[in-house]
Design a protein around this ligand. Structure first.
Ligand SMILES: N[C@@H]1[C@@H](O)[C@H](O)[C@@H](COP(=O)(O)O)O[C@@H]1O
Length: 262
């Protein structure tokens, strides 16, 4: 794992955006996995800026989102569909037919999930997957004890995640769906590169356990230790309990400029 510590979340997000931009320039028909939550918002703003000001071209790019709540219509204020269109897709030149987000209203969920996996394979696999992390270490919505071999499927959220995400539902936990469709950990691990973003002290424990703890399904993100190309972009807050943070800075600063974020 490569740990990239920046002074704040904006600078870290800009660094992550450079990795996305490099991929899209090198491979115009790249397949990108995307995440929701508050963490990737600045990354998406920067991708929009790169498109508008520097001509970054998404016309051949395909995307696959990690997850969606079950039971929310696409236009629900808190659906991940709406989140992605509001915060990214409406502002770049991506083709709607190249956007894939799990359908929280699917009638036959297992069939939908199998088809989602098939579409990822058909697209050539995910080149780069963007990840956030839940305070309990979940990636996508793969909650603690999720199988490392799991594929896209239905999951039940933990009480912790329901409580964390209630802030998006006017603080009302009863309004947060308890089920979701999420890519599996096996699906995420198949991506050729994973980039995780985490900001603030609230994520420090989960990040320390992910980067320096034992690999355990109790901390789903820790499986990234087994990924051949995983980068973790964090700010000082999220880095605050890492034991080897000086070493990560030393490694990063020892790289030639052009290699630093790539
Ligand atoms: N399913 C999403 C995750 O993909 C995200 O990483 C996590 C963290 O959210 P935030 O970035 O708002 O802290 O929240 C949700 O539960």
């Amino acid at each position: 794992m490569e740990i990239i510590i920046k002074e704040n979340g904006s600078v870290a997000s800009e660094a992550a955006a450079r990795v996305v931009a490099r991929l899209v320039r090198e491979k115009p028909n790249a397949v990108i996995g995307l995440a929701t939550g508050s963490t990737p918002l600045v990354l998406y703003k920067e991708m929009i800026r790169l498109h508008k000001e520097e001509g970054l071209d998404f016309s051949q790019v395909s995307t696959f989102n990690l997850d969606e709540y079950i039971g929310l219509e696409k236009d629900h204020e808190q659906s991940y569909h709406k989140f992605m269109w509001d915060n990214l897709f409406s502002h770049i030149n991506i083709k709607p037919e190249n956007v894939h987000i799990p359908d929280g209203m699917a009638v036959d969920v297992p069939a939908f999930c199998a088809e989602y996996e098939r579409k990822i394979v058909e697209a050539g696999g995910i080149d780069l997957q963007v990840l956030g992390i839940g305070s309990d270490g979940h990636v996508g919505f793969n909650e603690p004890t999720s199988s490392f071999a799991s594929r896209t499927r239905i999951k039940t959220l933990t009480q912790q995640t329901v409580a964390d995400n209630a802030r998006f539902f006017a603080g009302d936990e009863s309004k947060v769906p308890h089920h979701c469709i999420t890519m599996g950990i096996g699906t995420i691990m198949d991506a050729r590169m994973n980039i995780m973003l985490a900001f603030g002290e609230g994520k420090a424990e989960a990040i320390a356990a992910t980067v320096e703890g034992p690999v355990s399904s109790m901390m789903p993100a820790s499986i990234l230790q087994h990924h051949p190309s995983a980068k973790v972009f964090i700010d000082e807050g999220a880095a605050s309990t890492l034991k080897l943070s000086d070493y990560y800075r030393w490694v990063y600063n020892g790289k030639p400029e052009w290699q630093r974020d790539a």
